[in-house]
Design a protein around this ligand. Structure first.
Ligand code: PEP
Length: 253
């Protein structure tokens, strides 16, 4: 099955404007043309600058890390999906566990954000994943399926086809503790089966499902060789050009 392979770098709240441009330039210069889609998700204020750098590189794309659910209005400090799209960004990360945990974003709010993003022509990278206590209780599959049902499973098949899923176990994000390749594969297969149940086997087979959580150059080859792992959402390791480039080159031949 020829699913799109994606490596997305989530810079979180890191890098000054100049530093962000330098990182994006270094990645653009080192990136070989290939079928792997590389997505950079810098802070909002960097989006236009990074999008301008990515413009000349066919497989380099840009994402926001969040967007508001309304298109415009009196929401001081917020950024809407059409505003993100107007910078040249094509993707938006939604449902990251840090947004869920620190900003109280829940399933219904994320459903609205996903719809706003799609209406603006953005492709959502929708994050799901369980905290440690849920995994230890053996309820991780049920929780992740619930997260999908709450925010993306009421989309039309046409809209769902534009969504990228990122499975990010919360206990692995920024902790240095990575899911084992088997744990990642098991959950990705559960996610693909849930998509198949909702939208049918074909659409499920076409959906890119990324793994996120302390993914780095040393563990990416094993993770990316799992049959249902179509790439990664990379936090810390995306801030270092050499490390990020090595992750991009980690897919099996
Ligand atoms: C993330 O924030 O999406 C992430 C996976 O972070 P890290 O790679 O640092 O664990």
């Amino acid at each position: 099955m020829n699913r799109t392979r994606i490596v997305a770098g989530n810079w979180k709240m890191n890098k000054s404007y100049e530093e962000g441009r330098d990182l994006a330039k270094a990645i653009a210069e080192n990136l070989q043309p290939s079928e792997t889609v590389v997505v950079l998700a810098p802070p909002f204020i960097h989006l236009r600058g990074v999008a301008a750098i990515a413009e000349g590189v066919s497989n380099l794309h840009v994402a926001a890390q969040n967007c508001h659910q309304e298109n415009s209005g009196a929401y001081t400090g917020e950024i809407s999906a059409p505003m993100v799209r107007s910078t040249g960004a094509e993707y938006v990360i939604l449902g990251h566990s840090e947004r869920r945990q620190y900003f109280g974003e829940d399933g219904p709010l994320l459903a609205d954000k996903v719809k706003a993003a799609l209406a603006a022509g953005l492709k959502p990278i929708f994050c799901c994943g369980e905290p440690l206590e849920i995994r230890e209780a053996g309820a991780h599959v049920a929780l992740v399926v619930e997260q999908l049902e709450a925010s993306v499973f009421d989309l039309s098949p046409e809209d769902f086809a534009k969504v990228v899923i990122a499975y990010e176990p919360v206990w692995a994000i920024g902790t240095g503790r990575t899911a084992s390749p088997e744990q990642a594969q098991d959950m990705h297969k559960e996610i693909r089966d849930a998509i198949a149940k909702k939208y049918g086997r074909d659409l499920a087979q076409q959906t890119s499902i990324l793994y996120g959580g302390s993914c780095k150059a040393s563990n990416a080859p094993e993770l990316f060789s799992q049959p249902d792992v179509d790439g990664g959402l990379i936090g810390g390791a995306s801030l270092d050009t050499k490390e990020f480039m090595a992750i991009i080159g980690s897919f099996p031949a």
